[in-house]
Structure formats: structure tokens, C-alpha cells
Design a binder for this molecule. Structure first.
Ligand code: ADP
Length: 903
């Protein structure tokens, strides 16, 4: 127990898996927690201070499955192994417990085993560090350094973020398994991934030096430009990984800085968490992967290929050159279908080189990991020969393919060597023996011959003894404690004892076990030969592992294979003739021809459901600069949200460099994409739907710009009609005049259609609906115009609302409409249309801004309250902010609160 306490003290917040022979045992509170989480029985063993010690255990051979469950439940596990072989008691053999040490800390972010990892998704450990505050344009902002490592593949990247908004976007993109962050830093939806509380981050200079050290460089500058906070986060993540692998660092790529983004991440399409949630990129809202965008576009055949495709979809880019390079790669294969098919064949079943390498580099590699390298290199050579077909030369291949081609056969020598060295049938564990092929290592062959020869000697001896002792059923068996013994039925025991050369070692109810000097000697020799064989095999294995780790091209080969897989996956889509290559440009163009929603289409045309009614109706979407804003009206169920989402997904796919489900597309690069589609109640956090809607609207108005795309559904729905209409109107005007972004604005407020007369970039569209024999028919077609009516009552009938209620609602609607028609001219609100377009760059022809007397009074009150000689610098700054906010409020028709409330 003293040993247990000492080990436990090193990782008090982890469960301690304490190796005892064939079990990992847990004690005290660890045992109680693990027994409850794993649903295994809790017993007791021994006493501590008079109390029984709670205990539970899991068998070593099944430990992976239990570990996986514990990690999924949010536990961390420290694994303590016996660090010396079990001793056979005997004279001169030391007594007391075997020495044990923690060999590994298993946490959600530091996994390497295939059983614990999802093959098609990266597994990231992310560290965050707060940097020194910098003077920003309008405020003092503390930048956040982020650094992440995928222990399973060696990826190591960093970025510097401007603040919490950018952090939320990064978390959404990376979806890290575990996060190390300073206490008090909010992680939003990722709070449950927070790792153990963190030691204070090191000083920047020390962090820079220590971060460079493991990579053999004197300074971090050798790897690019890193901010202080990136270096600090980098060291935190590196130290944690080292600690989790008992001091040993896995093979990691050099840290690579993704730069420094002001609003979000540099070079990436900005996607805030609400947008990401509404688009269901890698998972659908229910957490499954089945109805995600990824599932619709992926035709990858390898796990590394899926990981690369997933990371492209999760993090679209804004660099035109990089996007075009990706498009060129798959377009080339799409034009060379036979080549693409052969490539798919070569890649199918290619193992995961990166993850095998990861395990080998932390000393957890097994024979099959070397086998994975051998087979992966074989696949790489096959892929190379496909690309080398006579019609291709390096010069004719697009740049990404030719770069991949160059790496593919860079490790042929290693492949040959592994091919010779490894047995055809590899054991699961090195200890099982037989990993190294016969004929590869002379010394190993000799040891094996000796070991196998001893086995023949045993067989011969058994026959000899059976004759000598006159017991036909005599067997020579190996026994864990006794070694080799003669085993005979109890009935023959007396006869055996008549021979002086045998010694009775053990009797059981059915048999008796004897030994002889000869047998003891043989036992020792066989044991030694087996031990020498195993030792030699371990040595040969270790030298092969070292050779593999010393081969510098393996990560590049793994990456090249993943890229080819993604390229052939895209080419497969493009070959259907229904997915196009979008034309991207560095302007504000936006025109989709016959675009579709890939997920809704796939669901409609699923085998068994496909029919004429279930055909997906493609729609065009033109947001060219002179009609950059589309106002979309139409009833529920008419297909508005599908249209909004498919437009947003088109941008994601285009900027990920992938094909689009459309006949043609022209897209000017989008810097930030905002999608607000579908109800997103956030009641769990105590916010009303309307509050959430306004927070999300505020984010759009604060961040969108002329290069952004905004698709919003039903702004202003969560409040009274007039309130909602006023807000929707003001937001629409602002998006048109101030943000000037490309926008689709879906709404139930048909009245907003009238704004088309005063807002030149606004084009009203509606979902076409037919009434047929009293039934409403949705055509899912976007046409010019404004919806005449809402059809809500019809939809209620479709949904199964009882007929009397539907009829009563119909009558009420008719009478309400009559009253309203009588009270026209329309809402007084509209009389002022076009007279108060708010915002920064409002169009000159629509902007009028004057102060009314109450605003001047508010400013005067605020000014009078200021005593310049009495203010601290901080109070002076606050006063400035207050004055500015009065000014801003007086210019924003959407702000309903009066100036007084600001004080
Ligand atoms: P709304 O947002 O107007 O309420 P949705 O976009 O949710 O409507 O669409 C309702 C249903 O109509 C979808 O689930 C889908 O089955 C079908 N639908 C939507 N758009 C199309 C389309 N373009 N072609 C065929 N069916 C569609």
C-alpha cells in the first residue's frame, strides 16, 4: 500500500490502474468511482487504519475496453506497471513487492491506441495561454495563444487569437478532445472537455527556449514567427504530452504557426459557433455522423483520407491559390476516370501510417504497426505507379499531385527491409513471438532452433519415461510454478514412487506431479532458450522500429496518401456529373446555378423513397453586387431553410476546395459566413429564444462586412409582431447599407417586400406555392416576388391539427385580414421607410442623421457629470466610452432603450 500511496500522490486527480499480475487493480475512492462507472463489482482487500480497503479490478487483456469507457466518462487514468519480471521464490531471491512505476497517463487528448481513437477524426489536445494585453484599436485586449498536438499522428500547430470570439470559432473548428486552459477562461460548449487545472504558464522567453529544445533547435524562430502567447501555450501542451507518456515525447512535427488573426483565424473562413451548429458539417445536431455534410461528400477509402477531408470541411480557407490547387488536384483525376479508379483500388485498405508511427514513437508499437508501415509503403508505391502512367509526367500533373507523387516512393528501402524482416502472419503482441520472419536474423534463427529442439527433446523424454516407469498415460507438462513436471493419474502415483530418481512435487485429487534432476535441468535450458529467443526478437524488433523512426519521409508519405484519397473522393463525386467545380474569385461575385442541398437531396432520394414527388428541386441563387441582398418570403415547409442552408454549404464546400452540388457556381471569396437558420433554444443556459436570437443578430451586425455572406431566417420572430417587424426592418436596412454583405434574409414579414423600392440592392423572392383543390402544394422553387399570404393554417392542417381548430383559425384569419385592410394605409412605421438607414458606411442617398433635443439633453447631462480634475485615467476612459455609446445609440433605430437607461 505504501507503493500505491506514493504512485497515487503523483497524479492525485487520475484513477490509478495498479498492475497486480494479470489484473489492474484500483483501491479506495478510485475503486468506488471506477466500479460505478464500469458497472463492475466492488470488493475489499486488506485494511487501512482499521477500515477495509475498497477494491475493484479489470483483467489486463481486456483493459483497453475498460479504459475507453472511463475516458469517455471523463476520467483520466494513470497506469502503473510492474517494472521488474515476476520472481520465482527461492533462496537468494529478494522478498517484498515488485517495483512498479507509472508508465503512462491516459487522458482523452493523449490517446494512441486504435481501440480508443475514432479512425476518421483527429484527436487533439489543445492548450490555451493568455498573452500580455496589447493596445487594440478600441480597447485593451489580451490575446490568447492556442497550441494543439495530435499525439496519434504527431501534428503540432499554434495560433494567436484576438479574443474570446476567435477562441469560440477555433474550438468549433478543432473540436479538441481535451483542453488545458487557464482557470477562469470560458470554454462555452466545450467546458466538459476541460483537462486538469493547469500549472501557471512559463514566462515567454523560457517558453521559447524550452519549446525549441526537443526539436534540436536553439530558438523557436527557426520554425517561423510565434507570438509570446503561442510559445507559452506550445510549452504547456508539450509538457503535458511528455508527462502523459512518462517523460518520453512522441514523434512530433515541428510546431507550425497558423498566424495571427484579428477577428478569427488568419486565412480561414470565419464560422462562429452558431453558424457551425446550424450547418451540421461533420455531425448532425443529434451528434450522429450519418446526415452530415461530411457523410454526403465523402468517398474516401482510408481513415487518414477521411481525417484530411473532415479537416478541410471543418476549416475552409480564404487563400485563392490554395483553393485552386485543391480543385486542380481532383479535377485532374475527374478527367482521368481510369486513373482515379486505379488509385482508389491502390488506396483501399492502405493502413494508417501516421497513427502506426505515433504508437511506435512512444514505445507502444506492436508488430502490426510495423506491418502497417510495410503495407502503407506498398500502397504508396502502387499509387505512384498509377500516377506514372505513360500519359502523365510530373510536369503535366497539377501541383498537389506532383508534390505527392515525389514523396510516394521515398522510402522504398525501408519497405524492402520490413518486407524481409516481418513474418507474413503477424502476432497481435510482440510477446506472443513470431513477429520476425525466419531467415532474416541468423542469431534469432539459431535461438529458435535451440528452443524448438528442446521441445523435441521433451517429447522424446516423455516417451522414454512412459516406458521406464511403466505408465502409458504419463505426460510431461509445463506448470507455472513448478516448471516442467511428470504428470500421472493418481492411480499410478504409488508405482512412480518406487523409483528413486523421481521426487513428488504436488498431488491433486486426480493427478500427481513429479520431477527428476534431468527434467529440472531441461526446464532451465528450455526456459533460457525461450527467454533468449524472446530477447533476441525484441532486439531485432527495436532496431527495425529505430530504422522506421529514422526514416524522415514517412509523415510526408502518409500525408500524400491522404491527399490522394481526398482527391479521388472528390473526383468520384465530380464523375456523377451532378457536382461542379466552382469558379472562385477575389471579388463579391455570387451566382449559383441549379444548386442543391446535398443532405436533404440524399435523404429524399434514398433507396425506397425515390419517386417523382421526392425529387429535389434545384434553385439558382444570384447575389451579384447589384442584387446582393435577397429577401425571401414564403410559408413554413416551403423550403426556405433548405435554400438558406444549401447556399451556406456551397460556400463551405467551395472554400474547402471541394466540388459543389450545382450545375455551375461563381463565388467571390467569403471572409465570414453567418448562418442563423432554425430555432436554437438555449433555455439550458437560462436565455430565452428571443435573447439568443438578438445575441446572434448582434454578432452579425458587429462582425459582417462587404466580403461576408449572411443567411438569416426569421429575425424578430420571438417577440410581438410590431416589435419583431421593427427589428427585422432595422436589421435588414443595416445589412444592406452598413455591412453591405451578401445576404439572404428569410422572413414572415411580407411587408418588408416594400423596402425593395428604397433599397437598391434588395431583390424580393418567394417560395412558389400552389393551391390545388383546397390543398396547398409546395413546389420548393425560389421565384421573384413576395409571398401573398402565409398558408400557416394550411400547414397546421398538414401537421394534423384537428379539423375544427383549423376551420376556426381559417375564419378568424379572414376576419382579422378584413379589419387590417380597413385600417390601411399601412403601419405608420413604413411611412418613414428609407429615412433612417443606420450604420457606418450607410449609403449617402439614404442617410440622414440629426440629433433630436432629447439626445442633446442626454449628452449634456453626461458631460455635466464629468469633473475632469477628479477623474482617474480609468474613469476618464469609461466616461469616453459612455459618451460614445450615447452617440451610437442615438444613431441606431434598432435600439429601443432610451438614453436614460445608459446611466
Ligand atoms: P421551411 O424552412 O420553409 O419551413 P424547409 O426548408 O424546412 O422549409 O423544407 C421543408 C421540407 O421540404 C424539407 O424537409 C424537404 O423535405 C422539403 N424540401 C425543401 N426544399 C426542397 C427542394 N428544393 N426540393 C425538394 N424538397 C424540398
Amino acid at each position: 500500500m505504501a507503493q500505491w500511496f506514493a504512485l497515487k500522490a503523483r497524479h492525485p486527480d487520475a484513477l490509478l490502474f495498479f498492475r497486480m499480475g494479470d489484473f489492474y487493480e484500483l483501491f479506495f475512492a478510485d475503486a468506488e468511482a471506477a466500479a460505478a462507472a464500469l458497472d463492475i463489482s466492488l470488493t475489499a482487500r486488506g485494511r487501512h487504519r482499521g477500515e477495509p480497503i475498497a477494491m475493484c479490478g479489470v483483467p489486463v487483456h481486456a483493459a483497453q475496453a475498460y479504459l475507453a469507457r472511463l475516458i469517455r466518462r471523463g476520467f483520466r487514468v494513470a497506469v502503473a506497471e510492474q517494472t521488474e519480471p515476476a520472481r520465482k521464490p527461492g533462496p537468494g531471491v529478494p522478498k517484498g513487492p515488485l517495483s512498479r512505476d507509472i508508465v503512462r497517463l491516459v487522458t482523452a487528448g493523449t490517446l494512441t491506441e486504435d481501440e480508443l481513437l475514432e479512425p476518421g477524426r483527429p484527436s487533439l489536445l489543445l492548450a490555451l495561454a493568455e498573452g500580455p494585453a496589447r493596445r487594440g484599436a478600441t480597447r485593451f485586449a489580451a490575446p490568447i495563444g492556442a497550441a494543439w498536438i495530435d499525439v496519434s499522428t504527431g501534428l503540432f500547430e499554434t495560433v494567436s487569437l484576438a479574443g474570446p470570439g476567435a477562441l469560440a470559432e477555433l474550438l468549433g473548428r478543432l473540436d479538441p478532445a481535451e483542453i488545458l486552459s487557464p482557470e477562469g477562461m470560458a470554454l462555452g460548449d466545450f467546458e466538459s472537455r476541460r483537462g486538469p487545472s493547469q500549472i501557471p504558464p512559463p514566462a515567454p522567453a523560457a517558453a521559447r527556449a524550452r519549446l525549441a529544445e526537443p526539436f534540436g533547435a536553439a530558438s523557436l524562430d527557426a520554425f517561423g514567427t510565434f507570438s509570446d502567447e503561442e510559445a507559452m501555450a506550445g510549452l504547456v501542451v508539450l509538457d503535458y504530452v511528455r508527462d502523459s507518456q512518462a517523460g518520453q515525447l512522441p514523434r512530433l512535427s515541428r510546431p507550425s504557426s497558423q498566424g495571427n488573426g484579428e477577428a478569427g483565424e488568419a486565412g480561414r473562413l470565419g464560422l462562429d459557433p452558431a453558424t457551425r451548429a446550424s450547418l451540421e458539417l461533420l455531425r448532425s445536431r443529434d451528434g450522429s455522423t450519418e446526415h452530415s455534410l461530411f457523410a454526403c461528400v465523402s468517398h474516401t477509402v482510408t481513415a487518414p483520407g477521411s481525417r484530411m477531408l473532415a479537416s478541410w470541411i471543418a476549416g475552409p480557407i480564404t487563400d485563392l491559390g490554395r483553393i485552386v490547387a485543391r480543385q486542380d488536384a481532383w479535377s485532374f483525376l475527374a478527367g482521368e476516370q481510369p486513373c482515379s479508379a486505379l488509385l482508389r483500388l491502390a488506396l483501399r485498405g492502405a493502413p494508417d501510417i501516421a497513427r502506426a508511427l505515433g504508437r511506435l514513437s512512444v514505445g507502444r508499437g506492436q508488430p502490426r504497426d510495423l506491418g502497417a508501415l510495410r503495407d502503407g509503403l506498398f500502397a504508396a508505391r502502387e499509387a505512384a505507379s498509377v500516377l506514372d502512367q505513360p500519359v502523365h509526367s510530373l510536369a503535366t500533373l497539377p501541383v498537389l499531385l506532383s508534390r505527392a507523387r515525389i514523396c510516394l516512393d521515398a522510402a522504398q528501402a525501408l519497405e524492402q527491409r520490413l518486407d524481409q524482416a516481418l513474418a507474413a502472419d503477424l502476432p497481435a503482441r510482440l510477446d506472443d513471438g513470431g513477429a520476425i520472419a525466419a531467415g532474416f536474423d541468423g542469431e534469432l534463427d539459431a535461438e529458435r532452433a535451440l528452443r524448438d529442439d528442446s521441445r523435441r527433446v521433451i517429447a522424446a523424454l516423455q516417451m522414454q519415461y512412459a516406458q521406464r516407469f511403466g505408465v502409458a498415460s504419463l505426460k510431461i507438462r509445463h506448470h507455472a510454478q513448478l516448471g516442467y513436471v511428470i504428470e500421472v493419474p493418481v492411480s499410478a502415483a504409488a508405482q512412480m514412487k518406487t523409483h528413486g530418481s523421481v521426487v513428488l512435487r504436488q498431488g491433486t485429487a486426480s493427478s500427481a506431479r513429479f520431477s527428476t534432476d534431468e527434467l529440472a535441468d531441461l526446464d532451465r535450458r528450455i526456459g533460457e532458450a525461450a527467454e533468449r529467443t524472446a530477447r533476441r526478437e525484441r532486439l531485432v524488433f527495436a532496431s527495425l522500429v529505430a530504422e522506421a523512426l529514422a526514416q524522415p519521409d514517412l509523415p510526408a508519405i502518409a500525408e500524400a496518401l491522404a491527399l490522394l484519397d481526398v482527391a479521388q473522393s472528390c473526383a468520384t463525386l465530380a464523375a456523377t456529373g451532378r457536382w461542379c467545380r466552382p469558379t472562385l474569385s477575389d471579388d463579391a461575385a455570387f451566382c449559383l446555378t441549379a444548386a442543391r442541398h446535398p443532405v436533404v437531396e440524399a435523404a429524399l432520394t434514398r433507396p425506397g423513397r425515390a419517386s417523382a414527388e421526392n425529387r429535389f428541386t434545384p434553385n439558382a441563387c444570384d447575389l451579384s453586387p447589384d442584387r446582393r441582398m435577397m429577401l425571401l418570403t414564403g410559408p413554413n415547409m416551403a423550403g426556405k431553410s433548405t435554400f438558406l442552408r444549401q447556399t451556406a454549404l456551397a460556400v463551405i464546400l467551395a472554400q474547402a476546395g471541394l466540388p459543389l452540388p450545382a450545375d455551375a457556381a461563381r463565388i467571390g471569396l467569403v471572409d465570414r459566413l453567418f448562418s442563423r437558420v432554425g430555432a436554437s433554444d438555449d433555455l439550458a443556459r437560462g436565455r430565452s429564444t428571443f435573447m439568443v436570437e438578438m445575441i446572434e443578430t448582434a454578432a452579425i451586425l458587429n462582425l459582417a462586412g462587404p466580403r461576408s455572406l449572411v443567411v438569416v431566417d426569421e429575425i424578430g420572430r420571438g417577440t410581438s409582431t410590431l416589435d419583431g417587424l421593427a427589428i427585422a426592418w432595422a436589421v435588414l436596412e443595416s445589412l444592406h447599407g452598413a455591412q453591405r454583405c451578401r445576404t439572404i434574409f428569410a422572413t414572415h414579414f411580407h411587408e418588408l417586400g416594400e423596402l425593395a423600392e428604397t433599397l437598391p440592392g434588395l431583390s424580393p423572392h418567394t417560395m412558389s406555392v400552389r393551391e390545388w383543390k383546397g390543398q396547398v402544394v409546395f413546389r420548393h422553387e425560389v421565384v421573384k416576388g413576395v409571398a401573398g399570404r402565409s398558408w400557416g393554417v394550411h400547414v397546421a392542417r398538414l401537421a394534423g391539427v384537428p379539423e375544427p381548430v383549423v376551420r376556426r383559425a381559417g375564419r378568424l384569419l379572414a376576419s382579422l385580414e378584413k379589419t387590417r385592410a380597413a385600417s390601411k394605409p399601412p403601419l405608420p412605421l413604413f411611412a418613414a421607410a428609407g429615412s433612417a438607414v443606420p450604420g457606418r458606411d450607410a449609403e449617402p442617398d439614404t442617410e440622414t442623421s440629426t440629433f433630436d433635443p432629447s439626445e442633446i439633453a442626454a449628452l449634456r447631462i453626461a458631460m455635466d457629470a464629468i469633473e475632469p480634475d477628479q477623474l482617474t485615467p480609468r474613469e476618464a476612459l469609461d466616461a469616453l466610452y459612455r459618451l460614445k455609446s450615447i452617440f451610437a445609440a442615438s444613431h441606431d433605430v434598432a435600439v429601443a432603450s432610451s438614453v436614460d437607461t445608459l446611466f
